[in-house]
Write a protein that binds this ligand. Sequence first.
Ligand SMILES: NC(=O)c1ccc[n+]([C@@H]2O[C@H](COP(=O)([O-])OP(=O)(O)OC[C@H]3O[C@@H](n4cnc5c(N)ncnc54)[C@H](O)[C@@H]3O)[C@@H](O)[C@H]2O)c1
Length: 442
Amino acid sequence: MKRLAIIGAGYVGLVTSACFAELGNKVTCVDVDAAKIQKLQRGEIPFYEPQLAEIVQRNAGAERLAFTTDLAAAVRACEVIFIAVGTPMRADGHVDLSAVRAVARSIGEALNGPKVVVSKSTVPVETGEQISAIIREHAVEQHPVAVVSNPEFLREGSAVSDFLHPDRIVVGIEDSEAELVMRQLYAPLDAPLVITDVRTSEMIKYAANAFLATKISFINELANICEHVGVDIKLVGRGIGYDQRIGTQFLSPGIGYGGSCFPKDVRALEQLAVEHDYPAPLLHAVEMVNRRQVERTAARLERELGGLRHKTIGVLGLAFKPNTDDLREAPAIALIRRLLDRGAAVRAHDPIANAPARALLGNDVAFCEDMYETARGSHALVLATEWNEFKSFDFVRARPTMAGDLVFDGRNVFDPEVVNAAGLRYLGIGRERRRRGVRTTS
Ligand SMILES: NC(=O)c1ccc[n+]([C@@H]2O[C@H](COP(=O)([O-])OP(=O)(O)OC[C@H]3O[C@@H](n4cnc5c(N)ncnc54)[C@H](O)[C@@H]3O)[C@@H](O)[C@H]2O)c1
C-alpha cells in the first residue's frame, strides 16, 4: 500500500485515482476546481465514463480514496505524486504547460521529504527536466525528488478497463529507487513494463497517438480515393487488415478523428519537430487530411441535397466517439458548425452528450430526445458517432417522417441494402460505386 496524491481529477486523473485505490493504495485526488471536488465528495462523477462511478464510490466508501482542493496537504502526506492535469493546445499549436508548471511549483513549495513525482499528463520531450527544475527552484526544503514520465494510454469510453488491463506500461525513469516504487505500484496489473529514460517515455506517448492518427487519416484518404474509383473501402480495410503488419484496428474511415488527444498531440509533435528545424511533412499531412474530412462531408451533403439553405439535417451522435460525453474537438460539432454556416437547420441527438452540446452550440441546434425524433423532418440523416443504439436504426419506421431521403453514414455502420430497401438513398465514406460511368450510391 502506498500513499498517492493524484493532481487533476479529469478523465485521466480520476480514473488513475480510482484504479490505484482499487489496487489497495491510499489515494488523495486533488483538483483546483472546487465545484468538481465537491461533486466527487458527494459521490457524483463529473463526466460520463463506464464503470467509473461504481469504482469511485466503492473506494471512497472504503476510505482508500479522498478528494480535496488542498494540494499542499496532499503533497506533504504522500510519497508518490502523479501530475494528471490538462495540457491543452494553444492557438499556435504549442502545448499549454501552464497547469503542469503551476503544479510543479506547488509541489516544490510543499516539499517536506523525498518524493517520486510522476507525470501522467501528455507533455513534450524535455518537460520532465523542466518539472525537476521548477520543483528545485521553489523547494522550501531540499529533498531528493525523482521525476518520472508515465504516459497514459487509456481510451475514454473504456478507461477503467484500459487502466486495469493495459497492453503495456511505459515508465521513463532515471532513479533506481523510484523505479522500484513504480514497479511495485504496477505489479498487480501484470502488464509488460517498458522502462526507458524520461525523454524517450515522453516521446513514446506522442509516437503512439501520432501513429494512430496517421492510420485514421490514411484510411480516410484511401476511402476518398475509393469513392472515385468504384471500390468499397470496407472490403479494402478487411483485405489489408488481416495482414498482421497492418492490423485490423483503426481501419474504419469516418468524418475525422477528434477528442482531447489526437488533434493536439499530432500538432504538438509537429511543432516540436519544426522547432528543431525538421518540418515533419507526414504529420502535417495527417492533420490536413483530418481537417478536410469534415469539410468534405459538408460539401458532399451540400452537393447531394442541391444546397443546404432551408434544408434540415438530422445528426446522430455528438461526442467524439461512443461511450463518452467528451465533445473536445468532436468532428460532429465541427460538421454541425459548417452546416449551420451554410444555412442548414440542424436537429441532433446524442445518448449522453446532448447537455454539454447544448452548452456549446446553444439554440442554433434543435436537440432531440431520441434518434427517430432527430430523423423527423430531416432532408438528410447523418450518422456522426457510432453509438451502438444507432446501429439498429429502423429506417422503415423513420422514412415516412423524414422530409428527404438521404442517409449519410459517416462511420460506415449501416447496411446500404437495408437503407435502400426502406426507400432511402445511402451515402457512406468510400462506399460509392461507379459502374460504366454511371454513379450510384447503393
Ligand atoms: N482524456 C484522455 O483520453 C487522455 C488519455 C491519455 C492521456 N491524456 C492526457 O492526460 C492529461 C489530462 O487529460 P484529461 O483528459 O484528464 O484532462 P481534463 O481536462 O479532463 O482534466 C484535467 C483536470 O486538471 C485540473 N487542473 C488544472 N490545473 C490544475 C492545477 N493547477 N491543480 C490541480 N488541478 C488542476 C482541471 O481542473 C481538470 O479537472 C492531458 O495531458 C492529456 O493529454 C488524456
